[in-house]
Design a protein around this ligand. Structure first.
Ligand code: HEM
Length: 507
């Protein structure tokens, strides 16, 4: 290095003589175009912002490791899981969903829980949430759903009508809505919440046998949530409280950790299972699929630079390593496309070269070349096509996922089963929640749904009533609705209920 240390330079290493006074024509003269340092500095500044994530824009992240604590080789051949005690480097990003990059950490919203495992077989990304289910189960509904969680196109304000109109016309959402409006919808910090794959994934072993699995990262610090009053207070006093909490805990050596538990079903068990295991709005009851402990996730290193390591982090459910496969869950199938696509838009076609996204323990050996910001050696002088006879990297058939059956007539199918969308939400209300949980749930809903039109309130209260009559009744009472109407509305089909509540009777 010929430049002296600590001497300011331009982005191209040229010494800068003065960084306080622009070059002017005379003492009071206009600025000269030949102040190239000023020009370069301003033009870079003008381009500092990249698009924020279309969802999950506000987040915090940290580095750490995953350690295997149980032998799972009979279920999966994934190498990073093949030995008890084995550690794999990870990067984890937590987020809220609907708010912008500067929005409050305490918002009522699911929390993203995205883990990037830098395995020896390439990066494995598991982008889950702190809830085991989701609002919808068909990806066609995702953009519409997200629009309702964002700002109104005219007022640019969050809008209770949009929010509840969509949900009350989408009854499959009631399970997730019940979780979201319980105090779990406002976790105290990122350290005090669980993370779930939510989707069912496939694991397959070295013999080619497969299993259906769900991941549960259980916090080792106990679940802690905010009440409505606390979340409102924190949103004002410290909108970054969860970001601060994560950073400070790691900085003081109080490393956050989670125990990974898996629910695992054989194909035979899955065939007889009471619930559609590819329906993202349903959980697998623990009694029927007891979770088993298999590992531990620890976060022990803060990012040195937020933009480099957190803002530019890019997770994709399509990044699966041998031994782990996708399931036919329609939502997951759509996610296999959507993330890579949005990263190319947000970060460019070579976002995999950004250090936080690069495969640390399995270097890229592909034939992809060129493109904006291809900043490595671009494959050097090696062959850029396959097949070749010049020693270029060759595909390895041993890493192929075992063949699996698909069949049937192409069509647009609603979910099968009698597919009761209300039982699991009702059970959560009836069996899992305490009296205090139920009080808070009803209070949180009333405070929010109360801002929507009356006809929408009726429609949504009828859905809660279908999940559990007491649940619906208490929400209706809180909203001062005519409780005697609920049973009638709840007994209708979704279409009839929508028509009935749109007739003006309830305005
Ligand atoms: C069809 C359904 C879905 C679509 C199309 C979709 C799409 C997206 C998109 C476009 C992003 C922004 C990514 C970026 O710019 O970096 C994102 C982020 C994210 N999504 Fe989804 N999503 C879907 C469902 C889900 C579900 C069900 C979960 C959880 C189980 C989930 C978890 C996440 C997480 C955690 C992030 C943030 C990742 C990060 O921290 O960078 N998404 N999603």
């Amino acid at each position: 290095m010929t430049q002296e240390k600590n001497k300011l330079t331009t982005a191209f290493g040229i010494p800068v003589s003065n960084d306080q006074n622009s070059l002017t024509a005379g003492r009071r003269g206009p600025v000269l175009l030949q102040d190239v340092h000023l020009l370069e500095k301003l033009m870079h500044f003008d381009r500092e912002r990249i698009p924020e994530r279309v969802v999950h824009a506000k987040g915090a992240g940290a580095h750490g490791y995953f350690e295997v604590t149980a032998d799972v080789t009979k279920y999966t051949k994934a190498k990073f899981l093949n030995q008890v005690g084995k550690r794999t480097e990870v990067f984890v990003r937590f987020s809220t969903v609907g708010g912008e990059r500067g929005s409050a950490d305490a918002a009522r919203d699911p929390r993203g829980f995205a883990v990037k495992f830098y395995t020896e077989e390439g990066n494995y990304d598991l982008a889950g949430n702190n809830t085991p289910v989701f609002f919808i189960r068909d990806p066609l509904k995702f953009p519409d759903f997200i629009h309702t969680q964002k700002r109104h196109p005219a007022t640019n304000l969050p809008d209770a009508d949009m929010f509840w109109d969509f949900l009350s016309l989408t009854p499959e959402s009631v399970h997730q809505v019940t979780i979201l409006f319980s105090d779990r919808g406002t976790p105290a910090t990122y350290r005090h919440m669980n993370g779930y794959s939510s989707h069912t994934y496939k694991w397959y072993n070295a013999k080619g046998e497969h299993f259906w699995v769900q991941y549960h990262f259980k916090t080792d610090h106990g679940i802690k949530n905010l009440t409505l009053a606390e979340s409102i207070r924190l949103s004002g006093e410290d909108p970054n409280h969860a970001t601060r909490d994560l950073y400070s805990a790691i900085a003081r050596g109080d490393y956050p950790s989670w125990t990974l538990e898996m629910q695992i079903l054989t194909p035979e068990q899955a065939n007889d299972f009471k619930w559609d295991i590819f329906d993202l709005t349903k959980v697998w009851p623990h009694a029927e699929a007891p979770p088993i402990r298999i590992g531990r996730l620890v976060l022990n290193r803060n990012p040195v630079n937020y933009f480099a390591e957190v803002e530019q982090a890019a997770f994709s459910p399509a990044n699966l390593v041998p031994g782990i496969g996708a399931s036919p869950d329609k939502m997951l199938q759509a996610r296999l496309l959507s993330y890579h696509d949005t990263h190319i838009h947000r970060l460019g076609p070579n976002y995999h070269l950004i250090p936080v996204n690069a495969p640390k323990n399995a270097p890229e050996r592909s034939y992809q070349r060129d493109g904006f910001m291809r900043v490595d050696d671009n494959g050097g002088g090696g062959p850029n096509y396959w097949p070749n006879s010049f020693g270029g990297p060759a595909p390895d058939p041993a890493t192929e996922e075992p063949p699996f059956e698909v069949g049937g007539l192409a069509g647009r199918y609603p979910y099968r089963f009698p597919n009761d969308d209300f039982v699991q939400a009702g059970n959560l209300y009836r069996k899992v929640m305490t009296d205090t949980d139920r009080d808070h749930l009803v209070g949180n809903i009333v405070a929010h749904l109360g801002n929507a039109q009356k006809r929408i309130q009726y429609r949504q209260a009828a859905i809660f009533f279908k999940a559990n009559p007491d649940y619906g009744r208490r929400v209706a009472e809180g909203l001062k609705l005519d409780v005697s109407e609920l049973e009638r509305l709840a007994g209708m089909t979704q279409e009839d209920r929508a028509k009935a509540t749109d007739q003006g009777t309830y305005s």
